[in-house]
Structure formats: C-alpha cells, structure tokens
Design a protein around this ligand. Structure first.
Ligand code: DAH
Length: 372
C-alpha cells in the first residue's frame, strides 16, 4: 500500500495521532464519494456505473474498517495506553470508527436510491407514444392464382393432389409413355439429381401417383412446381408452376375435356370467354390438343396482351394414352380419360400484364405489395 510509509511515521508519533492519521487517510479517499450524498440520487449515472461505485465503496470499507485496517490496529493499542488516558483514547477510536461507518453507510444509501431510480426510468413506459402498426403479409400472386384455379375445379368435383418434386424416371417418363431417346429425357432439358432421379419436369407425374393411389374412376388436379433447364429470360424460368388435371371414368370422351376447360375459363375470365382446341402431340395423350381462350382484355379483336391474335394459350390437353392407363393398372377396356396441364405463372403474368415472368420469383416487396 502506497501510504504505509506515512502511517508508520505517524504511528511513531503516538496513538492519538495514529487515529487521527487514520481518519484523515479515510477522508482523503472518501472525498470522491462525497458528492453522492450531497447530490442525493439526482446524479444521472448508468446502472453499470453505480455498480462500479458500489464495488469501490466496498473496497474502501474493507481497507479502513477491516481486520487489517488502521482502526483495527488502533483498537489493539487501547490496552497499551496509560490507564488514565485509556477511556478517552478508547472513545476517540470508537467515534472515529463510527464516523467512518456512517460516511460509508450514507453513500451506500445514496447509491441504492440511484439504482432504484435508474430501474424505474428503464422500466417505465410512455403510454402516449403511438403504437407500432403491424405489417401483415399477404399471399403471393402465384398462390392467389393457384387458389382461384383450385376453387373452380373443386367446385367441379375434383380433388386437389399434392406430390413429390423429385421423381424417378418411371414416373417422370416411362409411365407417361415417354420412351428412351425422347428429347424430354435429355440432360439439357431436365435436372437430374442422383442416378435414376430427376426434378420433375411436369406435373403429369401426379397422374400416375393419383391413379395408383385412388384407382379409377378419378378426378383430380395437381398444382405444383416443375423444373426445366431453361436459361431465365422474360418468358422462362428454370422453376415454374403448373396445374395438372386428370379425369378417368367410364365413357369419358373429348367432349368432356372440351366442356370442362370451357367451363373453367368461363369461371376464371367470364362467361363470354371462348375456347379453341388445336391438334397437337404429347406422348401421354392421344389425340392431343393445345387449348387457347379468347383474350380477356380485347375479347378476341386483338390487343397488346394477346399480341394481336385475339387468343391466349392455356396449355396442353388430350385423351389419356392407353399406355399411361396401363402403367397405372387401370383397365383400358373399361375406362377412358382426359388430362390437361396449364401454366399457373404464365396465366398469372397475362392477367397482371407482367412483362417479365422473373418478377414473380425475385421476392421484391415493392413488386409483391401490389397484389394485396
Ligand atoms: N405436361 C405437359 C407440359 O409440361 C402439359 C400437358 C399436356 C399436360 C397435355 C397434360 C396433357 O396432362 O394432357 O408441357
């Protein structure tokens, strides 16, 4: 301790001086705490700072009132002082000790009060501050579109099927009558994962799963993600959404297909909407047709949205190929069916007149917020 040399010198000067020196030494060090008592608990200090002061005060108390302190040493001298001076010396020691304890206790109180005050400030709530408005999210435009499509088909008696996005060659190709060597099997067009598996390139895979699960008759739609190795551009994205439709029953004909899709576009775009079927080819249907509907914007006269043709493409369709029914163990002598596949995001982009389909996948809130 830095002041021990001074204490020894003073100690030599006699017991009374020793006690006085102890008191002065305390006063000197106590000086920096005095303002806590004077200012009461108004001094603005953080809880952390107050805690540090409390620790420092504890150390000061130990140093001056502890077993190894000057007061303890003075007490030991009481017995050695001449008998007639003993009483007054004893009193001096006691008074000094009491004064030191009182000073320390005073600061202790002040610090406690400050902690209390800081806590109150920290925990107080200003009830006049306006509340934070919750920012509720909303559904993505593709989800909204999917729900509209689902509602229409559910009301027509279709079940909604959900299925896996990673498929085996069997479901993605073989069962859909897509033979080896077909361009759709080319790694340039399909994302293969591990050997024998691929990210489904069409929701038509669910036709097979649904027939295996439910048998015939069956009426279902299957909305979901599909994946193709396309370079993204305004009309292509390597991941997009389709909705598959399948209806298998006794005596199903092309007329049912046409009637169903005509009803669908009536409900989606309005009863004046016309449909058009163009002969086409898909491995899993025979015969096959591309379906168009009259433009919801110009009604068929030609505008920017339908690129002047008056028609907008809806998707592919056809009568389910017997090979596909057989792959799913459906008796082709008893059942026939139709199927179709529509692009959800493509339809969504048309309806909202989006110039670039990639906007739907960029998750830019400024764009998405317009679809509340
Ligand atoms: N799977 C086809 C595609 O991705 C769309 C399609 C066409 C689905 C005809 C069908 C269908 O069910 O009958 O291009």
């Amino acid at each position: 301790m830095g002041s021990s040399k001074e204490e020894i010198v003073v100690a030599d000067a006699g017991p009374i001086q020793e006690v006085e020196a102890a008191r002065e030494a305390f006063e000197r060090e106590f000086g920096r705490f005095a303002h806590f008592i004077e200012q009461g608990s108004d001094a603005a200090v953080s809880l952390k700072e107050v805690a540090a002061e409390q620790r420092a005060l504890g150390e000061l108390r130990t140093k001056h009132l502890g077993k190894k302190g000057a007061i303890a040493a003075a007490k030991k001298l009481i017995g050695k002082v001449a008998p007639d001076e003993r009483a007054s010396f004893g009193q001096l020691v006691q008074q000094t000790e009491a004064r030191i304890s009182e000073s320390v206790a005073g600061v202790e109180e002040a610090l406690k009060a400050q902690i209390e005050r800081a806590r109150v400030v920290r925990e107080s709530i200003d009830v006049t501050i306006p509340g934070r408005r919750p920012r509720p999210g909303h559904l993505h435009p593709i989800t909204l579109m999917r729900q509209r499509i689902e509602d229409i088909f559910v009301s027509l008696g279709y079940a909604v099927e959900d299925d896996r996005e990673i498929e085996t060659d069997f479901y993605n190709f073989d069962a859909l009558n897509i033979p080896a060597g077909h361009p759709a099997r080319d790694p340039q067009d399909t994302f293969y994962t591990t050997e024998g598996f691929a990210l489904r390139s069409q929701t038509s895979t669910v036709q097979i799963h649904a027939m295996q699960r439910r048998g015939a008759p069956v009426r279902m739609i299957a909305p979901g993600r599909v994946f193709r190795r396309d370079t993204p551009d305004p009309t292509h994205n390597p991941m997009f959404f389709q909705v598959e439709g399948l209806c298998v029953d006794r005596g199903i004909t092309m007329a049912h297909l046409k009637g169903t899709l005509a009803e669908f576009v009536h409900r989606l775009f309005g009863p004046e909407t016309k449909t058009r079927f163009r002969p086409s080819y898909f491995p899993f249907t025979e015969p096959s047709a591309e379906v168009d509907y009259s433009c919801f914007n110009c009604g068929g006269t030609g505008c920017r949205i339908c690129k002047g043709s008056g028609w907008i493409e809806l998707g592919g369709s056809g009568m389910v190929h017997p090979n596909v029914l057989r792959a799913a163990n459906v008796d082709t002598s008893e059942f026939t069916g139709f199927a179709f596949g529509l692009g959800i995001d493509r339809t969504c982009a048309r309806i909202y007149q989006l110039d670039d389909i990639r906007l739907l996948f960029e998750n830019d809130v400024r764009f998405l917020e317009q679809f509340r």
